[in-house]
Ligand binder design. Structure first.
Ligand code: SF4
Length: 194
């Protein structure tokens, strides 16, 4: 069954041998915890990225994967967060356009690398969902001290669940390495990479 599936997907991929770097992209203001202005790069591509997602799900640090007719995938790429839809790429956060353009180019290179290696990767179709904010909240200090820039620990938990903030934004978490590790595991993050 899995073998047939792999053959099927390889056949579809025969029609798509490269994801092309879009000539244009949008540079949109977005909210984040950094002191400097934050931007998101958004680009449209002709190729169907939904075909690539099961292969990325098997190789990248995926935070969220919702297969289906309108698939969505969110994963970490270097220090950026990437959101893919069938024909759309969003990448954040950036403080300037040049860094955003360079990261988009590197991301397309990475996607093409996965695409070229697809015959050696067993696709993973298993959905991944972000953990509930309350589960995250239980691992926070729960003092509502506001040092992270959020009004409450619960607000911080919600933003962690959405991937808009990182655990490192709470300066008190590192005082409790046990909970910090549980938090990284819950979020599907690599504590050594952040
Ligand atoms: S810095 Fe940490 S303890 Fe303070 S409000 Fe933010 S999450 Fe809660």
């Amino acid at each position: 069954m899995i073998h047939a599936c792999i053959l099927g997907w390889s056949w579809i991929f025969f029609l798509m041998d490269e994801i092309r770097l879009p000539e244009e992209f949008e540079f949109l203001a977005s909210a984040c915890h950094l002191a400097e202005p934050c931007y998101t790069v958004r680009a449209l591509v002709k190729e169907d990225l939904g075909m690539l997602m099961p292969f990325l799900n098997a190789t990248a640090k995926v935070l969220q994967y919702e297969p289906g007719e309108e698939p969505v995938m969110i994963f970490r790429f270097d220090r950026f967060k990437v959101a893919l839809r069938s024909h759309e790429i969003s990448l954040a956060p950036f403080s300037d356009r040049k860094t955003g353009a360079e990261a988009l180019s590197m991301l397309i290179e990475f996607l093409n690398k996965v695409l070229r290696k697809r015959d050696k990767i067993a696709p993973n179709f298993t959905p991944r969902r972000r953990p509930p904010a309350f589960e995250i909240y239980k691992l926070l200090p729960r003092t509502n001290c506001k040092a992270c820039g959020e009004m409450t620990c619960m607000a911080f938990a919600v933003k962690l669940a959405l991937g808009r903030l990182e655990p490192s934004s709470c300066p008190f978490l590192k005082k409790d390495p046990g909970n910090l590790e549980k938090l990284y595991n819950l979020l599907g993050l690599d504590s050594t990479a952040v």
